[in-house]
Design a protein around this ligand. Structure first.
Ligand SMILES: *[C@@H]1O[C@H](CO)[C@@H](O)[C@H](O)[C@H]1NC(C)=O
Ligand SMILES: *[C@@H]1O[C@H](CO)[C@@H](O)[C@H](O)[C@H]1NC(C)=O
Ligand SMILES: *[C@@H]1O[C@H](CO)[C@@H](O)[C@H](O)[C@H]1NC(C)=O
Ligand SMILES: *[C@@H]1O[C@H](CO)[C@@H](O)[C@H](O)[C@H]1NC(C)=O
Ligand SMILES: *[C@@H]1O[C@H](CO)[C@@H](O)[C@H](O)[C@H]1NC(C)=O
Ligand SMILES: *[C@@H]1O[C@H](CO)[C@@H](O)[C@H](O)[C@H]1NC(C)=O
Ligand SMILES: *[C@@H]1O[C@H](CO)[C@@H](O)[C@H](O)[C@H]1NC(C)=O
Length: 712
């Protein structure tokens, strides 16, 4: 146990030693011959000189490393005085101690000067040498990693009238940065102090500054950019403020005052725990807000992003949970952020519920670019992208998306870049993407998905092989492999070529299934039709039979001329309406003579006699049957007469019409006998009615069959 620890400690010590010696040897200048190294012809990097060597006339940039140049005078630059040196950098370990007042006099074209990594550099005596720079050309000044802890008050006193586009003091140890030392510079545009250990920035002196980069300092609170009255700005033209990797904890509603020109604000990598309501709404010109890499962020108040000017919001890699119990709380997150053009929500946890995500993003109708990488998204809400008609780029890398509705990517007329790599997509088929979209895309990436190499994938593969679309598909074919079936696992999707035979088995199976289904459906509908129309069908059969017999040419034994009436109608009083208004009218329209008792019966004779008499005077008897008919005793008597007629003249003497179906409980034995021995027609209205009437007329016109033997 102890032995183990000792060995381990020894190991660490050795590693530490190796590291230290490596950095030391890296830091220190390696000994060697002096030489210059040229890049792009006009840039020279010279090492290990004790003077500045002659250079080709086209060299415009000179960088010196590991040279020994402790005292720099005008004389030092003699060898390059005829060069048009624009950039001069004492970059590392040149042992610079002093620079004389007139040192840069002959470098008439100098625009940029750097003195870095010079621990012995005497900054106090240096300031007057800035006087020898060309005021109308000089633009950039870099004093980096010189170990300075403070700056002489009047360091830049000689830069009055200069328009400096960059002043960098990075990697010195200032702690407090009193910007009033920049006041003499009439036109400082950009101030950079990365890794300067700054805890406080006194903004007085930044009147002309448009950009400040204070990455990797120790700032705890957003610096105050208001003057003593609190009304006027100390940085009225400041457009870009970068405060990445500081120790800012809080964004208060008043944090960003007096920054009316600020367009870009970068707060990445701070330790902010909460974004307050209207935290950025005091920045009227804010266009880009970057709040990335803030793992401690736990709470976002409603309207935290209230800013109608905001165009770009980067909210990446914060691991923020939009999917917790408070998901509902975020519904109005972007309610006033409707001008957003670019939104990055990657590496956060987006809500699981589709409608929540839809709701959160619903105000963002002007979005051009949307990044939602690794957000745990498994479903794409329908209508989400249709709500963003201008969307040009969509990145959904590393989610858990398997499938989506065919309408998901519909109408995305402006989309040119689509990234769906690293999801769980198995099949891409005709319904996955509209053809119009595939044609318009310039970049399409869908690699690293667990594709299925089955016949369902055929459409996609055929499409890839028949079009030029693979030119747009990133990483094709290398990162597109099969995850299923087992025997094709890890083989390339591109090499999967399903044969026709293979897929046709499926094709035939589906054909068979379709055929079976069709037959079943046909049977079902036939049964339905039979059930609904069985009456018409029966009538049709009857009609056909009669027709058949007429064709066979049965002899007419008795002609209708022997009778006074063509038809005697037997019916009950409750069906009278139909009999008179419909049946008789129809038959009389065909020229038939109908016996109706109230019209034709002889007055004064008993009704029974009348009926018997007129029945005998009629060629055919029509019996109109219904429940009421079956119930009526009078009608039963008439049925008996009809049966008698049936017996004597055969079934063709009667035309039975079932006007309303008779229930079994009303069925009498007489009726049953009649129905069993004689075919009957069933009245239907609407469809099949024409056929019914034809059958009735045929029944009436038909000759009587051979009389039963009894009559003979
Ligand atoms: C100019 O360069 C030559 C070598 O090329 C060198 O010997 C001389 O010392 C240089 N002059 C100055 C003033 O550095
Ligand atoms: C500064 O540069 C300009 C433009 O090249 C030039 O005309 C002018 O003479 C230079 N001034 C000095 C003092 O060298
Ligand atoms: C900043 O410097 C100015 C002038 O050098 C001085 O008046 C002021 O008090 C300083 N402010 C801070 C906060 O040190
Ligand atoms: C959003 O910010 C603006 C500008 O500061 C403000 O006037 C407005 O009241 C804020 N809206 C809400 C809902 O807080
Ligand atoms: C696409 O646009 C057409 C025509 O404007 C519209 O009828 C259709 O509903 C839209 N589809 C979707 C999914 O929004
Ligand atoms: C396309 O694939 C999806 C699964 O990814 C499936 O649900 C859908 O039915 C398929 N559509 C067609 C037309 O095959
Ligand atoms: C693919 O592109 C080539 C040239 O880039 C062209 O000749 C060919 O017709 C294109 N094929 C299709 C199917 O568009």
């Amino acid at each position: 146990m102890d032995m183990k620890r000792v060995v381990l400690n020894l190991f660490y010590v050795c590693i530490g030693y190796i590291c230290v010696s490596l950095t030391e040897s890296y830091d220190k200048c390696p000994k060697g011959a002096n030489k210059c190294h040229f890049v792009d012809n006009d840039k020279a990097t010279c090492r290990n000189f004790h003077y500045i060597p002659m250079l080709k006339e086209y060299v415009l940039t000179l960088e010196l490393r590991c040279c020994y140049l402790p005292h720099i005078t005008r004389q030092t630059f003699q060898n390059i005085s005829s060069n048009k040196i624009i950039h001069l950098a004492f970059k590392k370990y040149n042992s610079v101690q002093t620079i004389t007042t007139d040192a840069f006099t002959d470098l008439k074209y100098l625009q940029s000067l750097e003195v870095s990594w010079e621990k012995q550099f005497d900054v106090l005596h240096f300031k007057s040498s800035l006087k020898s720079l060309n005021v109308s050309l000089f633009k950039e000044l870099y004093f980096e990693r010189n170990g300075w802890t403070s700056l002489p008050k009047s360091l830049f006193a000689y830069l009055a009238g200069f328009k400096l586009s960059v002043l960098s003091l990075s990697e010195n140890d200032f702690e407090i940065m009193n910007a009033s030392i920049f006041k003499p510079i009439s036109g400082l545009r950009k101030f950079v102090c990365i890794k300067c250990s700054i805890t406080d920035l006194n903004a007085n002196g930044l009147k002309t500054v448009e950009a400040i980069d204070l990455t990797s300092n120790n700032i705890i609170e957003i610096p105050d950019f208001c003057d003593a009255t609190g009304k006027h700005s100390l940085a009225p033209v400041l457009k870009t403020l970068t405060l990445s990797e500081n120790a800012i904890r809080l964004i208060l509603p008043n944090s960003f005052k007096c920054l009316q020109s600020l367009e870009t604000l970068v707060l990445d990598g701070n330790i902010i725990t909460e974004l307050t309501k209207n935290g950025f709404s005091t920045l009227p010109s804010l266009i880009r807000l970057s709040i990335n890499y803030i793992p401690r962020l736990k709470r976002i108040r409603m309207k935290a992003f209230n800013s109608t000017s905001l165009r770009i919001l980067q909210f990446r890699q914060n691991g923020f949970r939009f999917d917790n119990d408070n998901a509902y709380h975020f519904r109005d997150l972007f309610i006033n952020t409707y001008n957003l053009r670019k939104l990055d929500l990657s590496k956060n946890y987006l809500p699981h519920k589709k409608q929540h995500l839809l709701r959160i993003l619903s105000p963002l109708k002007k979005l051009r670019k949307l990044y939602m990488e690794t957000t745990g998204l498994s479903e794409i809400p329908e209508g989400l992208f249709q709500n963003m008609p201008f969307l040009q780029k969509l990145t959904l890398i590393g989610n858990k998306i398997t499938r989506w509705n065919p309408s998901t990517f519909a109408n995305m007329t402006n989309l040119r870049k689509l990234h769906l790599d690293g999801n769980l997509i198995h099949i891409i088929n005709k319904t996955s993407f509209p053809t119009m979209l595939l044609n318009k895309l310039e970049i399409f990436e869908i690699s690293n998905n667990p594709f299925w190499c089955t016949c369902d994938q055929r459409w996609f593969l055929d499409m890839l092989r028949s079009t030029n679309i693979t030119k747009k598909i990133r990483n094709w074919p290398k990162f597109y492999s099969c995850a299923y079936p087992e025997n094709l696992k890890n083989s390339l999707l591109d090499s999967y070529r399903p044969t026709d035979a293979e897929c046709e088995i499926n094709y035939f199976t589906s054909i068979i299934i379709i055929a079976v289904c069709s037959v079943l459906i046909f049977v079902f509908f036939s049964a339905l039709i039979l059930y609904r129309c069985h009456i018409n069908i029966k009538n049709l059969l009857y009609f056909a039979r009669v027709h058949h017999r007429i064709k066979k040419g049965y002899l007419k034994l008795m002609s209708c001329n022997d009778f006074d009436f063509d038809v005697f109608v037997v019916y009950c009083d409750s069906d009278r309406q139909w009999v008179h208004n419909v049946l008789i009218k129809r038959l009389e329209d065909k020229g038939l003579k109908i016996c109706i008792h109230h019209r034709d019966f002889q007055i004064g004779e008993p009704i029974i006699n009348n009926i018997e008499k007129f029945m005998n005077k009629s060629w055919k008897i029509i019996v109109v049957m219904s429940n009421d008919f079956a119930k009526s005793e009078w009608c039963q008597w008439e049925v008996n007469l009809a049966l008698e007629r049936r017996r004597r003249q055969g079934m063709n003497a009667l035309v039975l019409i079932m006007y309303r179906q008779i229930d079994s409980k009303h069925m009498t034995s007489g009726l049953r006998t009649l129905l069993n021995t004689t075919p009957h027609l069933i009245f239907t209205e609407g469809l099949g009615e024409g056929m019914f009437w034809n059958a009735v007329l045929n029944g009436i016109n038909k000759s009587l069959m051979l009389p039963p033997t009894a009559v003979l």
